[in-house]
Design a protein around this ligand. Structure first.
Ligand SMILES: Cc1cc2nc3c(=O)[nH]c(=O)nc-3n(C[C@H](O)[C@H](O)[C@H](O)COP(=O)(O)O)c2cc1C
Length: 185
């Protein structure tokens, strides 16, 4: 589970990641949890660095965890209609040629084949509004242009809207994540 909330201070996203881990452990799955808020991820500045640069130690930690996993869950809050910039920095650093993509540029051939994924996104607006009005644009982009492109499949999504809502609905989504974890989905 990659908890993609940039803030190390406790947030709902952290509780969702924990709930997934709890469920997965109770279902007999072996798990690892990485919290972006506790990692040092530099900003990637060039294609040369992407291709030939030495990844920072925390980037390598994330790469090792992804290589090890059969299923990767990404949890993050929707910020300005998209992934938080620090989460994007993580994706740029981690999904490098030689790790996620072939060394020679071309279409397809993602090296992370054989792994499934789930994207869990929290947001202030109602999830149906994000789907209908914004057409879930950024989530579709992450799913298709990033995760499926590097080989993940299937990639499922869970949109959690109105996160500043009632305790009851927050609890409901924690239970939902626990159940998904148990099933390893
Ligand atoms: C910088 C920033 C931008 C945000 N942009 C959006 C947005 O575009 N749409 C939305 O529905 N909520 C937006 N929100 C609300 C967050 O999605 C919401 O606070 C978050 O999902 C709550 O999760 P957390 O408690 O784990 O931080 C934004 C919040 C921040 C801090």
């Amino acid at each position: 589970v990659i908890d993609g909330h940039p803030d190390p201070v406790r947030h709902y996203c952290h509780a969702l990641a924990d709930a997934y881990i709890e469920g997965a452990s109770s279902g007999g799955h072996e798990t690892r949890l990485l919290r972006l808020g506790e990692l040092e991820i530099p900003i990637l500045r060039s294609q040369a660095e992407w291709r030939e640069g030495l990844p920072a130690p925390d980037v390598v930690r994330v790469q090792e965890a992804i290589k090890w996993a059969e299923h990767v869950v990404f949890v993050y809050p929707l910020w300005l209609g998209d992934v938080p910039a620090y989460f994007k920095a993580l994706l740029e650093q981690v999904l490098r040629p030689g790790f996620a993509l072939p060394e020679t540029p071309g279409l397809g051939g993602g090296l992370l084949k054989g792994r499934s994924a789930r994207i869990v996104v929290t947001m202030g607006m109602p999830a149906f509004f994000y789907n209908l009005f914004f057409l879930a644009h950024s989530v579709k982009s992450l799913k298709r242009n990033v995760l499926q492109f590097v080989g993940f499949g299937p990639v499922r999504t869970t949109l959690i809207g109105m996160v500043e809502g009632t305790d009851e609905s927050r609890q409901h989504h924690l239970d939902e994540l626990r159940e998904l974890g148990k099933l390893g989905r």
